[in-house]
Ligand binder design. Structure first.
Ligand code: C2E
Ligand code: CA
Ligand code: CA
Length: 558
């Protein structure tokens, strides 16, 4: 076989589909090929003769380069991910391998690299999988931690600050649970784009795990971080599109500043995580700066959450149920009851369901909670029809997240059977904000429920986003107007507009309406005048235990 001519060989190298750069031992660039120019943006004449540091991004510390040199000198080889800067200023990750070579007795270093962010690089990118999340194409936790260490040491040398953002998507689990993992994956990809859109060139973002992301943001002043976080929370306000469906996602962001909130990468990440938890506690969809006192609260919540799980598993006696009567407003007669769950812990005392229900949802114990509720109700209700007035509705609250749980039907069956036995009617209440996220399979399931004689009520109506057109399609028969609208009735700032609009709409759609949170006579009277059918509130009765209620069931509100 004929040997390659020198010029043929040169052409081969020149056209090779990886970037190639030769450097002399005194650190001058001696040769670059075509792929080098297309990745870095530099023509050969702009870089040959210069130090390879023209390519560096400033991301890595001195130590990083020292380690690289040591490995090159001792083993003759170095390979790994390195962030460099293109001519246009953009930093990008490359998979670089450098080897010592000898050409015509000249010792050189041959570097070969690919742009790992470039999809067209195909199989080559596989080499970088250890450092990249294949779903979002973002650096993974391992690479993030490496960079974090590097950046902190550079910022220290330069006496500059930076911010670590810990970003956690809100209610992502429910998208996964309700619409499947494929949809969840696509939503995650879009969320990654959303996060990146709020950052600037030179900032770095990674996917740590599941629905957790983190970013390193370089700052000239600590105020800049507010602008970035605001931009990020706003970016999430636009619904994400997936399969031509809209998803309302939000993110909770925790921020830790270097050097104010920590000197090392790991402390900073941990503190940003704590701050994220505070953002969750403050209602989600917002950002919070790290604060040591908040962390104390976070620990409290952690302990509470452990206690709840333990109690649900092994201390049924700590749970009970109270019932709040619902009245036919025109006659004052009791027409139904809403069952509300109670938890009394020996150490934490009476914990509000507003605190423990979300914990059970987040920790995946909502099904156990409903089982507990049903057990308590069954213990209270009589078994014979003549012990209670007939035809009352019993409403229970169900979390939208449990609707596609196959165990739910079995859990509720004994309750429904008992209600039938005493001539009562079951109703389930689902919060409006969650209902709009339900998949068609869940809606079909609700529909089936409806056909078995279970009414479905949309709880906290007015606080979510239900559009009229959508409402019409939902398998819902009752709207529960949220307390905040009932509050506006009567008194000085009397505002009947929203309530009367809801009532008019309900009438047009042939839906029943329950007003919740009626606290005074004025509100009661106005609701009667507006022709609202049903109502409940402290004015008529607070939620009470069964034994107190039982005797009053036949009474009227005068
Ligand atoms: P919700 O379904 O909106 O329940 C009504 C809440 O308003 C109850 O609080 C009730 O005590 C309170 N309330 C009733 N009348 C008035 C009034 O006139 N004024 C005021 N200010 N409040 C009134 P509670 O019992 O603390 O329950 C809070 C939330 O916890 C419930 O809101 C419901 O979303 C959830 N929850 C309670 N029990 C369960 C349960 O068994 N399962 C699930 N998934 N959620 C539950
Ligand atoms: Ca309710
Ligand atoms: Ca409600």
């Amino acid at each position: 076989m004929q040997a390659l001519q020198q010029n043929e060989f040169q052409e081969l190298v020149h056209r090779y589909p990886r970037a190639i750069m030769l450097t002399t031992t005194d650190a001058r660039i001696a040769y670059v090929n075509r792929m080098f120019s297309s990745i870095t943006g530099y023509d050969p004449q702009e870089v040959v003769g210069r130090a390879p540091s023209v390519l560096s991004s400033g991301v890595h510390s001195k130590k990083f380069y020292q380690a690289m040199w040591e490995s090159l000198l001792n083993e003759g080889h170095w390979e790994g991910v390195i962030w460099n800067r293109r001519k246009n200023g953009e930093t990008y990750p490359q998979w670089l391998s450098i080897s010592k070579v000898e050409i015509d007795r000249r010792r050189l270093f041959a570097s070969m690299f690919i742009d790992v962010g470039d999809l067209a690089a195909g199989d080559e990118r596989l080499a970088s999988l250890a450092y990249y999340d294949p779903l979002t194409e973002l650096p993974n936790r391992a690479l993030f931690q490496e960079f974090l260490k590097a950046r902190v040491s550079i910022r220290r040398e330069a006496h500059k600050c930076c911010a670590i953002l810990f970003i956690d998507l809100d209610f992502f689990k429910s998208i996964n649970d309700l619409h499947g993992h494929e949809c969840g994956d696509r939503v995650l990809q879009q969320a990654a784009v959303c996060i990146q859109s709020a950052l600037r060139t030179g900032d770095m973002v990674a996917r740590l795990s599941g629905d957790e992301f983190a970013a390193i943001v370089e700052l000239d002043s600590s105020e800049e971080v507010d602008v970035i976080c605001q931009r990020m929370t706003q970016a999430f306000q636009v619904p994400l599109m997936c399969d031509r469906k809209e998803y309302f996602l939000s993110a909770s962001i925790g921020v830790a500043l270097y050097p104010k909130h920590g000197e090392t990468g790991s402390t900073l990440l941990q503190n940003a995580d704590h701050a994220m938890y505070t953002a969750k506690l403050s209602g989600r969809g917002c950002y919070r700066m790290y604060n040591a006192e908040d962390t104390e609260q976070g620990r409290f919540k952690q302990r509470l959450s452990e206690a709840l799980i333990a109690s649900l598993k092994s201390a049924p006696e700590e749970f009970s149920v109270v019932y709040q009567p619902q009245y036919q407003l025109a006659t004052g007669q009791i027409v139904g009851l809403e069952a509300l769950f109670r938890w009394n812990h020996p150490h934490f005392g009476a914990v509000s369901p507003d605190d423990f229900v979300p914990i059970a949802e987040q920790r995946g114990y909502i099904q156990e909670l409903t089982e507990g509720l049903v057990r308590c109700i069954l213990a209270d209700l009589p078994v014979a029809a003549d012990d209670v007035p007939s035809g009352l509705k019993l409403a229970i609250n169900i979390s939208a997240r449990q609707i596609n749980d196959s165990r739910l039907e079995g859990t509720l069956a004994p309750l429904f059977a008992r209600l039938r036995q005493i001539g009562w009617l079951p109703e389930i209440e689902i919060t409006e904000t969650h209902l709009m996220h339900l998949s068609s399979a869940c809606l079909a399931w609700l529909h089936e429920f409806g056909q078995q004689g279970v009414t479905v009520a949309l709880d906290d109506f007015g606080t979510g986003y239900s559009s009229l057109a959508y409402l019409h399609k939902l398998p819902v028969q009752v709207l529960k107007i949220d307390r905040q609208f009932i509050k506006r009735l009567g008194g000085e700032g009397n505002d009947t507009r929203i309530v009367s609009a809801i009532l008019a709409m309900a009438e047009a759609l042939d839906l029943d309406v329950v007003a919740e949170g009626i606290e005074n006579e004025d509100q009661y009277r106005q609701l009667c005048e507006l022709n609202c059918h049903r109502g409940q509130g402290y004015l008529m009765s607070k939620p009470v235990p069964w034994h107190t209620l039982h005797a009053d069931l036949a009474c009227r509100y005068q």
